[in-house]
Design a protein around this ligand. Structure first.
Ligand code: WTA
Length: 656
């Protein structure tokens, strides 16, 4: 065993009890309390979820049915009820002292910023909602957001929810092409964007990508609403484009929240799968709201004076659930930061924690590994004594990074909650509860109450202790995705037909591999499908392959992930060129650039290997297992008898 492996095993076997002071006051302050809640949910799920929904959400009209599972796996939660997410995040906090409590703290990258009380945020959201109405947006119309991390992003999301117009937030790092695909797929009517945003001390333009996407044909998009952030010169098309500050400022701050049916669409969020183009994951009003609310409250044991900071981008589900909706639904103070740590400012994150006295900090393992590499000297210069809970999300965290996080950032005082979940699950599914669950570095520990998570084989039978299997969810939960936008068949095939129990029941397949240890703790191993996770960003290998193949020099391409110390996974592309093309450094550059244009810079391969053949089965399927081994520099093991042409292997090796 190498030193690193020994260290890892030692860390994994350590157990950290929740801090006593926290356990004494936490909502769920012991394993017995956790178990009691989990047992309650197991014994009578309808009653459990019904009680939670009544307690935590405001209802205009009460629901009559907790779960309608008569057409599985299409779930309908809280039927008969009407509610509104924007009301739950804003209006209900306006009576009493929370009205003047800070709802949102915004920190711009150049050092500007500001904050909004609940009353102020409510007023801004109402104005924005009225502006949307003035642009002809009404209930049911899909609105896309392509935004930097500015308060208007959260305001626009809440404004959409207020009038019942579902939003589709597209990560600002995606290219014009990727944006266009999402606008077309969703038949989007309005795009909300900004002139640009600040990233790594530069003003990065966003509006030109919208112009480009629309120029190439997005017939349903009629209007564009543009927030002025960077003040860089920005072309505006008269009649189509409107400045936010001109249109929103003059609106009335009175806009009652529209009572929405529980199952009305709340948002669509695109995410990568193993086949085809990204899919639009559909979440609906009441179930998503309840799950974002409950998970936020449980996992961060939120208190009235907490300052919560989640470093994600609003373009991802983590930003939706834990920058905007979970915190605001709970009446908490949430921090939104425009920037990222960068060479000129390696302590950027710690400065935000010190300045705003952040008490809950939620970030990604990739970020932690990058900080770790720079050493503890940087964070040690800041006073982070306000912190009380640390969270991680997005990818497996290695025990070393977990230990470093706990020690250097949390001063060995703060519990680390490693939260496993997905765009599709709406909120966290497996995570420690900071006042109850003893933690083990590298494990997401146990499912939250009401979540029937398991590790199973292809028939849906639970596998044994420490045996690998598919991470699966056996029962529906309120925050589950309802369908794939415009493609119910894909919803079925992607999530519900992979694991096939003999009794015909439906088990949700998450796409991840995992094992459970003797204590029932979950250890998530990563994706088992053709999805790679680069710095916590989910990318489909097929998407990157289609991007490569659309380059004139490429005949065929196969993309796989390989372990990467910092990013979790790196992208390796095996490329077969068209007859007369030559694979040189120039072409590598051009192919990487091309993928950046087609999808976005995050999808650019780390390495491109040219080859004249790919390992394929006799039926023509690319054997990715072999490519993965080659990409990782490992020996190709296992069965190669189905390989059509064994000599391909030698060629790939020698060319590597
Ligand atoms: C991975 C992000 C291990 C996993 C919230 C999942 C994790 C995918 C963890 C979802 C974790 C997320 N430990 N792996 N704590 N959290 N993942 O949809 O592979 O962007 O399937 O949602 O990230 O990514 P998504």
């Amino acid at each position: 065993m190498s030193d690193a492996t020994i260290e890892s095993v030692l860390h994994e076997s350590r157990l950290f009890a929740p801090p006593e002071a926290l356990a004494a006051t936490a909502r769920i302050g012991s394993m017995a309390a956790y178990q009691a809640l989990a047992d309650q949910a197991e014994a009578d799920p309808d009653r459990f979820w019904g009680d939670q929904a009544r307690e935590h959400l405001h209802w205009f009209e009460p629901f009559h049915t907790v779960l309608n599972w008569s057409d599985p796996p299409f779930a309908r939660w809280f039927e008969g009820g009407t509610t509104n997410l924007s009301y739950n995040c804003l209006d209900r906090h306006l009576e009493g002292p929370r009205a003047n409590k800070t709802a949102l703290i915004w920190e711009g990258e150049p050092g500007d910023g500001g904050s909004y009380t609940y009353r102020e945020l409510h007023s801004e959201v109402c104005k924005a909602a009225n502006a949307l109405k003035a642009l002809g947006i009404s209930k049911g119309d899909l609105v896309a957001l392509y935004m930097p991390m500015v308060p208007e992003a959260a305001i626009a999301m809440l404004a959409c929810a207020r009038i019942g117009a579902p939003h589709s937030v597209v990560f600002g790092g995606f290219s014009a092409e990727a944006l266009r695909d999402r606008l077309i797929d969703g038949a989007v009517k309005l795009v909300i964007t900004a002139d640009g945003g600040f990233r790594k001390d530069k003003a990065v333009a966003l509006k030109p990508a919208v112009d480009q996407a629309l120029a190439e044909g997005c017939p349903t998009v009629q209007q564009v609403l543009v927030v002025q952030r960077t003040k860089q010169p920005t072309a505006m098309e008269p009649g189509r484009d409107h400045w936010w500050h001109e249109l929103v400022a003059g609106q009335s701050s009175d806009c009652p929240a529209e009572p929405m049916q529980s199952e009305d669409r709340l948002f669509v969020l695109y995410t990568s799968g193993s086949t085809g183009k990204p899919k639009g994951v559909v979440h609906t009003t009441a179930g998503y709201n309840l799950w974002a609310h409950l998970t936020f409250q449980w996992i961060f044991d939120i208190r009235e004076d907490d300052i919560h900071w989640c470093t994600a981008d609003v373009g991802w589900i983590t930003g939706h659930s834990y920058i905007v909706y979970g915190p605001l639904s709970n009446g908490a103070t949430t921090v939104m930061y425009e920037g990222a740590p960068r060479p000129a400012k390696p302590g950027a994150f710690w400065e935000v924690i010190e300045k705003h006295k952040v008490s809950i900090f939620y970030t990604a393992p990739t970020a932690i590994r990058a900080f770790m590499k720079n050493g503890r000297e940087v964070p040690d210069q800041y006073n982070m004594s306000s912190l009380r809970i640390l969270g991680t999300v997005g990818e497996p965290i290695n025990p070393e990074a977990w230990m470093w996080y706990r020690d250097v950032i949390g001063g060995n005082r703060c519990p680390v909650v490693d939260t496993w979940w997905q765009t599709e699950t709406g909120g966290v599914m497996i995570s420690p509860l900071p006042g109850a669950t003893p933690t083990k570095p590298g494990s997401a520990t146990l499912p939250l109450p009401g979540i029937a998570a398991d590790v199973v084989d292809i028939d849906g039978s639970s596998v044994g202790v420490d045996e690998g299997g598919y991470l699966a969810i056996r029962r529906p939960w309120p925050g589950m995705l309802r369908t794939v936008h415009g493609d119910p068949e894909r919803f079925l095939s992607s999530y519900w037909q992979h694991i096939r129990p003999a009794d015909g029941s439906y088990i949700y397949f998450a796409g991840d591999g995992a094992r459970r240890d003797k204590d029932g703790y979950f250890w998530v191993m990563g994706r088992v499908d053709d999805v790679i996770n680069v710095s916590g960003h989910r990318l489909g290998t097929m998407e990157i392959e289609s991007a490569l193949v659309s380059h004139p020099a490429v005949a065929e391409a196969a993309v796989v992930g390989r372990p990467d110390e910092l990013k979790g996974e790196g992208i390796v592309a095996f490329v077969i060129l068209q007859g007369d093309c030559h694979g040189d450094a120039e072409l590598v550059k051009s192919l990487r650039q091309h993928v950046g244009v087609e999808i976005g810079p995050i999808a650019r391969p780390d390495e491109i290997r040219f080859s004249d053949a790919l390992p394929k089965t006799r039926s023509g399927k690319i054997m990715r297992r072999i490519l993965r081994a080659l990409a990782a520099g490992e020996k190709v093991s296992g069965d190669t008898s189905t390989l059509e042409d064994l000599s391909v292997l030698d060629k790939l090796r020698s060319e590597a």
